[in-house]
Design a protein around this ligand. Structure first.
Ligand SMILES: [Zn+2]
Length: 214
C-alpha cells in the first residue's frame, strides 16, 4: 500500500504477516492496518455484523455504551442534535440518548443508509466500535468533519492499541472486520489534520471538539 489509510503519510512499513494476512504500520501516526487484499467482501462483512450485533435490550451492552455516552453528555446540552454514525442494525446508543431526552439521528452504511444526514450539521456525533471497521478512515473523518457544527463534539470508542508486541495475539485483531487500529498518537494526528482538539477522558475513548474560529 502506498499511503497510510488514516493520515495519508507515505512512511509505511510492513508490520506483521500472520495467517496469510499482511498488516502495515504508519511511522507518522502509528496506525496499524490490514492490507486491502485481505479485506472481506461486502456480503461477508454484512453477515458478520448481523451475527455479532448487540440487541437493544442487552443491559450489559447498554452499560458498556455508557463509557462513550457519559463523557459526551458532559459536553452537550439537551436540545443539541446528534448523530449515531455507524449504528449497526440495532442502534442502542441512539436509543439511550433518546430515552435521556436528546434528539439523535442514526446512520449506518449497511442498515440505515440515510443520505439525508449529509445535508445536516450536528452538535454531537458518536461512533461506538466503528472506526476500526473503516476501509477509508481519512475520507470518513473528512465526512464526519463536514457533519459537525462549529464547536461540535465527536466521541469515538474503540480498543486502543497498546504495545506493538501484543498485536499478533490481540483478540481485537482477529475479528475479520477490524481492519485499522489506533493509538493515542493516531488520534492526535487525526485532530491535527482537521480543526479539532482531542481529549482522552477515559480508557478507549477519544473525544474531539471542532474549534470555532468565528
Ligand atoms: Zn498514518
Amino acid at each position: 500500500m502506498d499511503n497510510c489509510i488514516v493520515c495519508k503519510s507515505k512512511c509505511l512499513d510492513i508490520f506483521l504477516k500472520v495467517d496469510d494476512l499482511t498488516y502495515w504500520k504508519c511511522k507518522f501516526c502509528e496506525a496499524k492496518f490490514l492490507d486491502k487484499k485481505n479485506y472481506i467482501s461486502y456480503n461477508e462483512e454484512k453477515k458478520h455484523y448481523l451475527k455479532h450485533n448487540n440487541s437493544l435490550s442487552d443491559q450489559g451492552y447498554r452499560d458498556f455504551l455508557q463509557c462513550l455516552i457519559k463523557p459526551l453528555k458532559d459536553k452537550i446540552s439537551n436540545n443539541d442534535f446528534g448523530l449515531d454514525y455507524g449504528c449497526g442494525y440495532a442502534p442502542a446508543l441512539a436509543d439511550i440518548f433518546k430515552k435521556d431526552g436528546f434528539n439523535i439521528d442514526v446512520y449506518d452504511p449497511f442498515f440505515f443508509p440515510n443520505q439525508n444526514i449529509f445535508l445536516k450539521k450536528f452538535k454531537f456525533i458518536a461512533c461506538s466500535e466503528v472506526v476500526e471497521h473503516l476501509f477509508k478512515p481519512y475520507e470518513e473523518f473528512i465526512k464526519i468533519d463536514n457533519l459537525m457544527d462549529l464547536n461540535a463534539w465527536f466521541g469515538v470508542m474503540t480498543s486502543f492499541m497498546t504495545e506493538d508486541f501484543l498485536f499478533k495475539n490481540w483478540h481485537y485483531r482477529r475479528d475479520p472486520t477490524h481492519v485499522v487500529f489506533y493509538k493515542k498518537k493516531t488520534f492526535k494526528v487525526i485532530a491535527s489534520q482537521r480543526r479539532w482538539k482531542v481529549l482522552f477522558p477515559s480508557k478507549n475513548i477519544a473525544l474531539f471538539n471542532k474549534i470555532d474560529l468565528s
